[in-house]
Design a protein. Sequence first.
Length: 318
Amino acid sequence: MLYSIVLPVYNVEKYLDQCIESLFQLSLHPEIEIIAVNDGSLDSSPEILEKWSKSLPCLKVITQDNRGLSAARNRGLAAAHGDYVVFIDSDDYVDSNELLRCLKITSDSGADIGIGDFLQFVDGSSEEPELHDIALSGNYVMSGTDFFIKHHKEHMSVVWRDVFKRDYLLSNSLFFHEGILYEDIEFTPIVFYNASVIYTGCQYYRYRVRPNSIVTGGVTHKGILDCIKIFDVLNVFSQSIENKVYSLLVNDIALQCFASKYAFAADYIEELEYQHVRHLVKGMSFSSIKYSLTAFMLRILSQYRFKMLLKCVFKLRK
């Protein structure tokens, strides 16, 4: 059994040594390959990768022009030979023993996806890391559809806490949407549908919260428009599947993604294409809209500016 670790790298010279060093023990196992994709870094990240490639025979470095996280992940997936693949962000790091245990539990089970836990910490802070786990016990294979319906909030739709069977991704053409931000929100509900999954409980990932990252850096015009693209893709996907509960859940996730950015976007509201947004919402079934808005609008009304969102959503039949 061979395992592939895909490591997209872009301008992370401050964190890259720690990330690769955390994988060093894994390199002692012949069944491990590490594929680092340098996505056009402009800092010293390429030199750091070159240094490590001399001491880690299992480390393969691929260099490409800057095309974004999704393109780097897809490039690494295309180059991988492992039966299972895991995607690690290069500003984070792992517990190598726990990661290896997660890989082996997943591969022994034959599941399409193995799910682990993670510890979240603030960069430069002395506070104790926060554990994000899932309320399940025992290692048994279950339906990815059922798992995601029950545990999507605990899972948080992040790709780096999951181990994927490579053939499952390739045979179903499951790749990351290139050129957008927040790609995990789109990818996760699609990849879990009809998959077989196992929750391993392995606490292998260490997620670093740092200022000015994609997640914490605030709302941008591109971020808003990318959420609309995600909204569109998930809306189409939800209408293509037979499980109605899952379909409604996907619609809710799509709306939450869109509104969480839109509600903070006062500086960009005039630039949004209202007719396009209305068209996307209009394409959803009325029952889907009613379910999603019931759960969704109550949260938004009490917290965020929603005037312009209402302008889009409630003109559905015009």
